[in-house]
Design a protein around this ligand. Structure first.
Ligand code: 5AD
Ligand code: SF4
Length: 473
């Protein structure tokens, strides 16, 4: 008998920047390369191929990429002294927006490819291995999702109880500060059946909580088997019927796409979590208009009223930009006022950053950096106050918690409330993956401390009682 020597596996490291959609995309890239002999490794230093999956949303994000490429080039040069080598790939939105610039500024990079090319990665890599410098940043007609391998069972098992699932990509809204419509292209929805099949695979792999992703996720729409158009609310309902899927979240939403169907689903569907990321960016109508958000502050607040009427305990989250061109002290005060009125449970805040090619970049009235910093600090202070207030408001309540992992100390476990708050508590590790009733006893700075009351899921008996009866047997 002769042994056939398989080629040694090639080692892959993907460094992910930016949003959750990039996290999802990085996983899909790893899935696409697995059949071609690429194994993920934990450390960049061990890899034969390093892919930087980049983010272009703000200036600092893209500058970081160029300095990382510099470090990788040094690593490659050192290896070449001893006969080794390193392939360097740049993916994601910087690649899409600045592909030619990367090729010019960073000759060490072997391949550059945008978010619409991930399914072609094996082929692009083969070309790069033959010595070509490959750039692929087209927006092809074909559907990348139809060609990308869906999450595989083996892969999902190692990825835990919560998973991201991209259902929608791209954006047609063209907010005047934002590069997404240029880097991610036109708004597209993944077909209903494709999403359901991928969710089933994730559930089979042990996933209990899905976060549906899209730049404009609530604009998702698809066709059911009878050819009827269905929206995100119906998709959530269908997903909730998949055995194992207990919780559904989605992000990011646009206020104009918050349909009645979706809002009603928040009232009727227990699996749909009461936490909503609904960016407004500014509280000033004059700035909202300049941002091309296509709604006023009052219209945004009216959407929240409709949501709270359906689901009074909805925790709100948002995004804010300070220092957009033309923003006066008065405009900023209107943002502060809106923040106080909504009472956000959390929010992301940014200084306006010029993105070349967007309308905002050439607008008059660019705001001084020092003023941006001062406004950002004031806004952050207010939001931190509200975040802590929101954490405290949960103390004394008993809420279902999905137990996700062992705690920091032995005998402890950790999970999340429906409102996405982290909770730590004493409890056995066998509860990981279960939804357990937890009384919140204390609020810390960024998390909660809880006490298990019952194992609510398919087990009406108290955990403590069942432990006691097990001991009696
Ligand atoms: N400058 C600052 N923040 C931005 N965002 C998007 N583009 C910019 C920019 N040019 C923020 C918005 C958006 C979030 C994802 O990033 O708040 O909702
Ligand atoms: Fe960018 Fe969101 Fe506006 Fe689309 S809706 S342009 S992704 S900020």
């Amino acid at each position: 008998m002769t042994d056939t020597l398989l080629p040694a596996p090639k080692k892959l490291f993907i460094k992910t920047y930016g949003c959750q959609m990039n996290v999802y995309d990085s996983d899909r890239m790893a899935d696409a390369l697995a059949p071609h002999g690429y194994e993920p490794v934990q450390a960049m230093e061990d890899a034969d191929l390093v892919v930087l999956n980049t983010c272009h949303i703000r200036e600092k994000a893209s500058e970081k990429v160029f300095s990382e490429i510099g470090r990788l080039r040094e690593m490659r040069d050192e290896r070449r002294l001893t006969g080794g080598d390193l392939m360097i790939g740049v993916a994601g939105c910087v690649a899409q927006a600045e592909g030619d610039e990367i090729v010019r500024r960073a000759p060490a990079v072997n391949l550059v490819f945008g978010p619409q090319s991930y399914h072609r990665l094996p082929e692009l890599l083969a070309r790069a291995h033959n010595g070509a410098r490959v750039v692929d940043t087209d927006f092809p007609e074909e559907d990348k999702f139809a060609h990308l391998p869906a999450a595989t069972k083996a892969v999902t098992r190692s990825r835990g109880l919560t998973a991201f699932l991209t259902v929608q990509e791209g954006c047609d809204k063209f907010c005047s500060f934002c590069v997404v419509p240029y880097t991610r292209g036109a708004e597209t929805s993944r077909p209903l059946e494709q999403v359901l099949r991928e969710a089933e695979t994730l559930a089979d792999g042990g996933v209990r909580e899905l976060t549906l992703l899209g730049q404009n996720v609530n604009a998702w729409h698809g066709l059911d088997a009878r050819g009827r158009t269905v929206g995100l609310g119906e998709l959530c309902y269908r997903l909730s019927l998949i055995p194992g899927i207990a919780r559904i979240r989605y992000t990011t939403s646009h206020p104009l796409d918050m349909s009645d169907e979706l809002i009603e689903m928040h009232r009727d569907l227990e699996a749909l979590m009461p936490y909503l990321h609904l960016p407004v960016q500014s509280g000033s109508d004059h700035i909202l208009k300049a941002m091309n958000r296509r709604h006023t502050a009052a219209e945004y607040l009216a959407v929240i009223d409709r949501i709270k009427a359906a689901r009074p305990d909805m925790a709100m989250s948002g995004d804010f930009i300070v220092g957009f061109p033309g923003e006066t002290d008065e405009d900023f005060e209107a943002t502060m006022q809106l923040v106080r009125q909504v009472g956000y449970a959390s929010a992301y805040t940014f200084k306006y950053s010029i993105r070349p090619g967007t309308p905002g970049a050439t607008m008059d009235g660019q705001v001084d950096e020092a003023i941006k910093t001062e406004r950002l600090n004031r806004l952050n202070e207010q939001i931190n106050l509200q975040m802590r207030e929101f954490l405290r408001s949960t103390v004394g309540r008993t809420v279902p918690v999905l137990i996700e992992k062992p705690g920091r100390q032995p005998g402890q476990i950790g999970g999340r409330t429906p409102y996405l708050q982290a909770v730590h508590m004493d409890g056995p590790e066998r509860l990981i993956g279960h939804i357990v009733s937890v009384e919140i006893v204390e609020a810390r700075n960024n998390s909660l401390i809880g006490k298990i009351v019952t194992d609510v899921e398919r087990n009406p008996v108290s955990v403590l009682e069942s432990q006691a009866s097990a001991a009696q047997i």
